[in-house]
Design a binder for this molecule. Structure first.
Ligand code: ZN
Length: 118
């Protein structure tokens, strides 16, 4: 849980998303908030460093992601005690994001379903 690392207005909206999720019986955790430029560069290298089968996870280099500006958060669903990456679940993030006035990564060309930002 790293909501204390992001801008207060974003933290507030994310708390609201977590509450909306809970009201519908879903458990959400925050997997990413603030990321340093170095951490972002490390993510950028994933899928680009010649490891077979590894996929690209971001097109943003250090300084280019809203995570670097404390303006983005990634969520994950917890189902029966384990993180689930079931895409259908993540469509809810878009719905809740819209409800609280956040932009959702699922609307991008390079879809990022767990991601919301200011
Ligand atoms: Zn993100």
């Amino acid at each position: 849980m790293r909501l204390s690392d992001v801008k207060p207005i974003l933290a507030e909206k994310c708390e609201a998303i977590i509450a909306l999720a809970a009201s519908e019986g879903f458990t959400l955790i925050v997997t990413n908030g603030y990321r340093s430029n170095a951490e972002q560069d490390a993510l950028y290298r994933i899928g680009r460093r010649g490891i077979k089968g590894e996929r690209i996870v971001t097109n943003a280099r250090g300084g280019q992601s809203n995570h670097n500006r404390r303006e983005a958060v990634d969520f994950a669903f917890v189902v029966k005690g384990e993180i689930s990456w079931n895409e259908k679940l993540y469509l809810n993030i878009g719905r809740w994001g819209k409800q609280v006035g956040l932009n959702w990564g699922g609307n991008w060309r390079f879809k990022d379903l767990p991601h919301v930002e200011l």
